[in-house]
Design a protein around this ligand. Structure first.
Ligand code: HEM
Ligand code: HEM
Length: 185
């Protein structure tokens, strides 16, 4: 992307919206699965499916515009590391909702968006009160992927935030200000 001074408002809006959704959903997912807060599950699934719409818009924009150029010249190794990290973050934003949907769908628990069913719950006729998986292997794959990719996402986001702070505090460049849409500084 050519303009080194500013990013389009839609890029900034989508970055912060998707970032807030991903961090909120990761926190919610960790909390609800550890405390067995079943009431939160439909909220997590509904918000996760809605997040996928914004994620798709964001990926479409990145495919069209490419990743933003650095605000100032940097070493080829750092430039490559930043591009790989941004590419991995973008891939994880897509893989997290897809793995969640695979898990919830194939396990027979089902999911939807605030009451609109997308994959129905399937009761086990042989064991009342229990769920019958549509496909136990795919459900397990989705579960494992959602769990481990979730940790990878949090690790990369921590590095990403440290990198943004390094730009701002140590390099004193406009990387963070540009993403915040600030003209000064
Ligand atoms: C869009 C971004 C999403 C993020 C960042 C996210 C993140 C997470 C995280 C970090 C966990 C805790 C995993 C663990 O420690 O095992 C979790 C749990 C879970 N997520 Fe998501 N999730 C997203 C979307 C979805 C979607 C779309 C669905 C289903 C439609 C879903 C279904 C679930 C379920 C059922 C659990 C509980 C797993 C368990 O009880 O072991 N997630 N999520
Ligand atoms: C408080 C948290 C965050 C801060 C301070 C932050 C900061 C930034 C900054 C300053 C840039 C611009 C980098 C450049 O100009 O080269 C950026 C880009 C980027 N960020 Fe974040 N970010 C945060 C959270 C996240 C999260 C949670 C994700 C994804 C899950 C994410 C994904 C990306 C990606 C893919 C880019 C590449 C450019 C783009 O696609 O817009 N960020 N971030």
């Amino acid at each position: 992307m050519a303009d080194l001074d500013k990013l389009p408002p839609s890029s900034r809006l989508l970055h912060w919206l998707v970032a807030a959704l991903m961090l909120g959903l990761a926190g919610m997912g960790l909390y609800m699965s550890r405390t067995e807060a079943w009431a939160l599950y439909p909220w997590h699934k509904s918000l996760g499916v809605i997040a996928l719409l914004f994620i798709a818009l964001r990926l479409g924009q990145r495919l069209r515009l490419g990743l933003p150029d650095p605000v100032q010249a940097t070493s080829p190794a750092l430039h490559l590391a930043a591009r790989w990290a941004h590419g991995a973050l973008l891939a994880l934003t897509l893989l997290m909702p897809l793995s969640g949907m695979l898990f919830s769908g194939a396990s027979g628990h089902g999911f939807g968006v605030f009451g609109l069913t997308l994959v129905p719950h399937q009761d086990d006729p042989a064991k009342p009160g229990e769920v019958l998986p549509y496909n136990a292997t795919l459900a397990d794959l989705g579960h494992q992927a959602h769990h481990w990719l979730g940790y990878l996402l949090l690790l990369l986001v921590a590095l990403h935030v440290l990198a943004a702070l390094k730009h701002h505090v140590i390099d004193r460049d406009r990387t963070l200000l540009r993403m915040l849409g600030r003209k000064d500084g």
